[in-house]
Every structure is written in C-alpha cells, then in structure tokens.
Ligand binder design. Sequence first.
Ligand SMILES: Cc1cc2nc3c(=O)[nH]c(=O)nc-3n(C[C@H](O)[C@H](O)[C@H](O)COP(=O)(O)O)c2cc1C
Length: 305
Amino acid sequence: MVNTEVTLSGLMLSNPVIPASGTFGYGREFSELYDLDILGSFSFKGTTKEPRTGNQAPRIAETEGGMLNAVGLQNPGIHEVIDREIPFIREVFHKPVIANISGFSEEEYVYCCSLIDKVPEVGIIEVNISCPNVHNGGMSFGTDPKSAKRVTEAVKRVTTKPVYMKLTPNVTDIASIAKACEEGGADGISLINTLLAMRIDLKKRKPLLANRTGGLSGGAIFPVALRMVYDVYEAVKIPIIGMGGISSAEDVIEMMLAGATAVEIGAANLVDPYASRDIIRQLPFTMKKLGIDSLSEIIGGAHNG
Ligand SMILES: Cc1cc2nc3c(=O)[nH]c(=O)nc-3n(C[C@H](O)[C@H](O)[C@H](O)COP(=O)(O)O)c2cc1C
C-alpha cells in the first residue's frame, strides 16, 4: 500500500488533490456526481463582501491547450456563503474546506477573513490577491511585495486559521512576492492564478471577451506554473499549494517534486467533471510505477543536487 497523505499547516489530507477555486463552485454540482469525501479538500469560489454578478458575457473563450475566463468573481457574497453554502458543504463534505476570499480593499479582505475564520468547517483561508479579471483590486495587491505583505499582515491580525496567500503569475519575480507574504506572517502560498491573456474575434475584429482580457488556465500553463512553484520553493520555508494546468497523476507528482505539498486542479474539472476523482484514483498506480511509497517524501525532490 502506498501512502498518499500530506500535511498542510498541521492539517492532514488523505491525498494532495484539491479542486481549485472557481472551478468547483461550493461543491453543489459536483456532489451530485461523486462522493466529495474522496478529495483532499476543495477550495470554494472566490468570495467577496458583497454579492457580485461578475463580468458581461462572453466571459469564456477556448484556446489551444487551455481556456480563457473573465468571470469577474461572480459570487453570492460572504453572508450568503456563511448562511446558505456552508450548511450545504457541512452535509456533503466531512473534511475541512478551503475558503477562497477576494477583495477590492484591505478592509474588505479583513472583513471577509474575520467572518470566515469563525466557521468551523473552514480549515484554511486562501486569500486571492491575484484575480486578473476585476478592476481596482484583486491582482493589484499581488503584484507589489509591499502591498502583498500589508494585506497578509492585516488578514493575519484577525484570523486564527492558517492563511495561504494566492499569487498571480503576472509578475517578473514571483519569489519576491512570496517572500513578502511569508514576512507578513502567511502560513502558506498558493500559486498560480491565471495568466493575463486575450483572443480576438476574426470576423468582428474585436476582443472575444467582453472584458477584453481574461485569465489563461489549463494544460498550456503547466510548465509556467511548475517553474514558479520551483522558484518559490527555493525562496520560502512555508508550504506551497501548486496549481496551473494539472490534469493527471503524473502532473501532480511533477508539481510536488518542484516543491508543492498539495495541488489544486482547475480547468481540468471544467473539461471533465470527474477529472479530480480520476486523478485521485490513478495516483496510487502512478506512485507504484515510479517507485514512490509515500507522497510526502517527494515534496521538493527535484531540488536535491
Ligand atoms: C472559470 C474560472 C474561475 C476562477 N475563479 C477563481 C476564483 O474565484 N478565485 C481564485 O483564487 N482563482 C480562480 N480561478 C483560478 C484557478 O483557481 C486556478 O488558479 C487557475 O485556473 C490555474 O489552474 P488550472 O490551470 O488548473 O485551471 C478561476 C479559474 C477559472 C478557470
């Protein structure tokens, strides 16, 4: 028997596979397809203080090896999430969930994080300072080390649970942002969010997305994400949740060798809703094939020598 357990800030996960924020809602739709308890955890949709309807359509575009989205943080707002979604999650998922929080000001992050910190079902707070699809907020906090550190400190002051800062790849030096978050007291780092991208409609000669630009995710970004996880692993001592284009058990292992303690699966859930389940099923076989007895032993394994 191989061992797929990993530990994130004292939280033991039966396996490192976590559906990524924005591709799994609050678990409702997926709970009709399979038993969510097989997951290591899941990260729920980016939640803000006020309800948001998101950006205008079209907000999804296909591209070779991936997809673009400009959803714009559509969500029912923190109060509705606590009153309606959390009780549902309690019914269908019997493990700690990851709460993904977004904001447009430091105060908003603080407001939402202090409320979600009191929810017993939440094991980790993932603070998204990296959304490319909203203006005046989101990504702007994650592109400057000083503001990334300031948001981290502010959130840490009002929380008791592990705080993971979710970083944007749309920077020249992601390691310096990760270090700033660590200095600010972050318990871990999640990376990467989507890469700023666009497509143009050939007939209309206009950007395909109503928002003009969107975030690229899926297989095409895997090598970029892997390089960034590798760089951040060298720069910080806190654990990393790695994501970006993961779609197989081999990808999970590659991401862990780069330095991730756990991984999130995003776009792959939208291509095939059973993707996360199937990766979890496949993991023990792939481990056996590669001679891996325990997943936790391979974290950062590509850095030796
Ligand atoms: C449709 C869609 C919505 C997303 N919404 C969020 C979100 O609300 N909060 C967040 O932190 N990341 C969000 N993301 C980013 C993913 O969580 C993930 O970081 C990114 O897509 C890279 O992983 P992937 O290539 O496996 O999709 C979203 C991604 C997609 C495709």
